[in-house]
Design a protein. Structure first.
Length: 192
């Protein structure tokens, strides 16, 4: 079994993962933005990621919070993901992968979620469907992350603004956007 490292420096986490899986757009700035929330998660709490793709941000979550349960949902099944999960030691953790449509899975979901990361279909309707399907399962005090909260993915911004930013059910909101070629586009919002 591969023992996942425990890093405090987001750059070291990014380099560690980039050496194992070069694909993916989850940057060291994205890691820095979610790090305090992920490290505050307690043993057995649940992290659900919509749109796992190759698994980069999923692996980051596993490194930042080594005692949590992880569930990834994606209708795509790219070659190499399972091999990457094994290489990262994720096959030895409390990890589930659901190969299915995210909104259909969300509407059937039963477990409470502590941290939800939505990074699936970036169209307005895709994000809207994921919000409607998954947000009801987020516990009070839980967080929802949105990757690609940027003008290149207006559907993400529009759905978040419509359903969450104007809602009394949420309080804290952050965005971490960096320019000059350094990509970061994660946003987070906490449920009251």
């Amino acid at each position: 079994m591969v023992k996942l490292p425990t890093f405090q420096n987001p750059r070291r986490i990014g380099v560690y993962i980039d050496k194992r899986i070069p694909r993916g757009d989850f940057s060291i700035y994205d890691i820095s933005a979610i790090k305090p929330i992920m490290q505050a998660m307690k043993k057995g709490e649940l992290y659900v990621e919509i749109g796992v793709r190759f698994g980069k941000s999923f692996a980051v979550a596993a490194i930042l919070a080594p005692e949590i349960r992880l569930v990834g949902v994606d209708k795509e099944d790219p070659k190499g993901r399972i091999r990457f999960f094994r290489k990262m030691g994720l096959d030895k953790r409390d990890v589930r992968y659901i190969h299915a449509d995210s909104s259909l899975t969300g509407f059937q979901w039963k477990e409470p979620i502590n941290v939800l990361h939505i990074d699936g279909d970036h169209s307005y309707h895709g994000v809207e469907n994921d919000i409607l399907a998954w947000i009801p399962h987020v516990v009070p005090g839980g967080w929802v992350f949105f990757h690609d909260y940027t003008t290149s993915s207006l559907g993400v911004i529009q759905a978040v603004e419509k359903y969450l930013l104007n809602s009394d059910a949420f309080d804290s909101f952050f965005t971490a956007q960096v320019t000059r070629g350094l990509k970061s586009s994660v946003a987070g919002i906490r449920k009251k």
